[in-house]
Design a protein around this ligand. Structure first.
Ligand code: HEM
Ligand code: HEM
Length: 162
């Protein structure tokens, strides 16, 4: 098992973080375009719609890259001093984050390219869940940093440190 995350793993973590922020901040154009589609109106080309679709697909691609890197190289073990229940919570949260990084773009793509309303609904239902998961994830990281004082954040900043 590696002592820390590699530079590639760290870079991918923060690039995907930034891309997800973009998806939430710039969602107006895609929401409007979808409404136009639902009402049978013509959808004019809008660079922000293109941004939502392409950034979303990129997030899914990078999620697959992350999973394959993790399968080949592995990830550092969770800090030893972490209580067992928190270790489990961290594992489940990471797994769920990977799942959402794929399911979110997938539902969006099925809605957008297939015109499937149920997929758009699933996309919208997942929206607050992904946010809640991210909040939980960040809280966990902050709890480590400031309460357990494991210096966990450093693992997502400096490559290959234990
Ligand atoms: C992880 C990637 C993605 C995230 C975080 C994300 C996030 C969002 C958010 C926050 C909204 C706004 C919903 C609202 O205004 O209530 C939205 C809407 C939408 N997104 Fe995405 N999206 C992602 C990927 C994609 C992809 C790849 C596509 C298409 C190929 C897509 C298609 C849509 C469509 C059609 C809507 C409007 C329908 C709706 O509101 O559910 N999304 N998305
Ligand atoms: C300010 C925001 C964030 C902070 C401070 C943060 C911090 C961290 C830290 C410190 C780790 C390493 C945990 C360990 O060493 O065991 C980690 C791992 C991880 N983060 Fe984040 N993160 C943030 C945002 C995100 C976002 C937006 C996502 C994706 C949706 C994400 C997905 C993940 C995943 C999947 C892992 C596990 C990596 C693995 O071992 O496979 N993080 N994060």
């Amino acid at each position: 098992m590696p002592k820390g995350y590699s530079r590639l793993q760290i870079a991918l973590h923060w690039i995907v973080f930034a891309l997800i922020v973009l998806q939430y901040v710039l969602h107006d154009a895609i929401a409007e375009a979808w409404e136009a589609f639902e009402h049978g109106r013509e959808i004019a080309f809008n660079p922000l719609v293109f941004q939502h679709v392409s950034t979303g697909i990129l997030i899914a691609v990078l999620a697959f890259v992350r999973i394959s890197v993790k399968m080949k190289r592995g990830a550092p073990a969770l800090p030893e001093e972490e209580p067992a229940l928190m270790k489990l919570a961290a594992k489940v949260t990471h797994l769920a984050l990977y799942a959402f990084m794929i399911l979110m773009p997938m539902s969006g793509a099925v809605a957008w390219f297939g015109g499937v309303e149920n997929a758009a609904e699933a996309h919208e239902i997942m929206k607050p869940f992904l946010l809640a998961l991210i909040a939980l994830h960040v809280l966990g990281a902050l709890y480590h940093q400031f309460v357990l004082k494991t210096n966990l954040m450093d693992r997502m900043r400096t490559a290959d440190k234990g």
